[in-house]
Design a protein around this ligand. Structure first.
Ligand code: ADP
Ligand code: ASP
Ligand code: MG
Length: 410
């Protein structure tokens, strides 16, 4: 008998038939003698619809109210999953974030999990009940309803698995596992048997939507090994775990893409200490998530800084920089470019192999794809390209590194 935490994403509970499928899968695990806690997302599209309604009513919905509104999506689906389980004769009970003891911290709509008091869930488990827990939500220390950012049910599931010391944590979704690239974009992408936390984290934070990046960070911190697999079949998925010697030996593990990016360049900045800090502080104070940062060497005493961000944040970023630009004087200006996307190659093998960037840029060059900004980390090389080129870019880079083929032992 094992204690299993599962997470079912939006598509996996996207219709009543899918909810019946989830109930059947959970019943099967129960019949095999396991204890099950399932964390579920809102039915697919519900969170987006709630956000659209809020935006129709007001251009600036209060974030406290957004949390109250968005958390209702998961509350619907937990009740429906429990009803489907009851229909199959399974003793099951739903818990909201508050009832699950999920205590959060941080600004509204961007909650972080601080602690979990799983006593009620444990009591239900000991009574032989299946527990269906609302993903994406918790209660802030001041008692406010709080959501965990888009895709946040992944984080709920990993944190619950850590809190109740589950034997197994499975993230069930609409793909069979983590692929070398989004299989909807690169048809010959290959499902990987295993990925290290560090690679999964870099992939998730550079656009690989299958896992929310903060959930991977949490899993690494608390040593939660998890498996990404399909809610629609029984194929083995991808295990995400600490890096080890028997992992497939590759230089590049995967390719990530992130659309809807924008560049903002501040020109004519006096080349003096403290300038970069004041620009980045203004953006940070406006809670704008900056991704790439490039600073050009000053020419004639004037420098340029470019940053990238989600294109939705461009307007707010420009507004946040206005007071600084006014102080910088006539030399300063702002240029913006929307309609760009980011392509990243990720792999721990890069630590010990050179030539990865050259190979990536050569593949893009041969395909006639122009590169904008370039950044690197120890295990990642990322470039911006025109958004219209991103799918071709992903395919040519994926092919250049032979990612469709299983690596041969080295
Ligand atoms: P859920 O609703 O279950 O949370 P998501 O839509 O958040 O599911 O994530 C699953 C999607 O992630 C897949 O449908 C797939 O298109 C996308 N995806 C992007 N990159 C990858 C990748 N490298 N491997 C697997 N899926 C990926
Ligand atoms: N329902 C939330 C979202 O759509 C959380 C999740 O699905 O993980 O982002
Ligand atoms: Mg998701």
């Amino acid at each position: 008998m094992a204690l299993i935490v599962q997470k079912y994403g939006g598509t996996s509970v996207g219709s009543l038939d899918r909810i019946r499928n989830v109930a059947n899968r959970i019943k099967r695990l129960r019949d095999e003698g396991n204890q099950v806690v399932a964390v579920v997302s809102a039915m697919g599209g519900v969170t987006d619809k709630l956000i659209a309604m809020a935006n129709d009513l007001t251009s600036e919905p209060a974030e406290r109210e957004l949390d109250v509104l968005l958390s209702t999506g998961e509350q619907q689906s937990i009740a429906l999953v429990v009803m489907a389980l009851h229909e199959l004769g399974v003793d099951a009970v739903s818990v909201t974030g508050r009832q699950a003891g999920i205590v959060t911290t941080g600004s509204h709509t961007r909650g972080k999990i601080e602690a979990i008091d799983p006593s009620l869930m444990k009591q239900y488990i000991s009574e032989g009940k299946v527990v269906i827990c609302a993903g994406f939500q918790g209660i802030r220390e001041d008692g406010m309803i709080h959501t965990l950012g888009r895709g946040g049910s992944d984080l709920s599931a990993i944190a619950v698995a850590a809190a109740i010391k589950a034997d197994t944590c499975q993230i069930l979704t609409d793909v069979d596992g983590v692929y070398t690239c989004d299989p909807r974009v690169v048809k010959d992408a290959r499902k990987m048997p295993e990925v290290s936390y560090d690679e999964m984290l870099e992939m998730a934070s550079s656009g690989t939507k299958v896992m929310q990046s903060r959930s991977v960070e949490f899993a690494k911190k608390y040593g939660v090994i998890f498996e990404v697999r399909s809610s629609l079949n029984d194929n083995p998925g991808t295990i995400v775990t600490e890096e080890h010697d028997n992992m497939e030996s590759v230089v590049i593990r995967g390719v990530s893409i992130e659309r809807s990016q924008a560049r903002l360049t501040i020109t004519g900045i006096p080349d003096e200490p403290g300038m970069s800090a004041s620009i980045l502080t203004a953006l940070a104070d406006a809670e704008i998530n900056i991704d790439m940062i490039i600073s050009n060497i000053a020419h004639d005493g004037l420098a340029r800084h470019s940053v990238t961000m989600h294109s939705n944040d461009l307007g707010r970023a420009q507004a946040a920089l206005k007071p600084i630009l006014a102080k910088l004087g006539d030399s300063a200006g702002v240029e913006t470019e929307a309609g760009i996307a980011k392509l990243s190659c990720v792999g721990i093998g890069m630590r010990s192999h050179s030539g990865v960037a050259a190979k990536m840029f050569e593949a893009l060059g041969e395909a006639g794809i122009n590169i904008g900004i370039i950044t690197t980390s120890e295990i990642k090389i990322a470039v911006t390209v025109d958004e219209t080129d991103i799918e071709d870019a992903a395919r040519v880079v994926h092919a250049a590194f032979d990612l469709d083929k299983a690596p041969t032992a080295q």
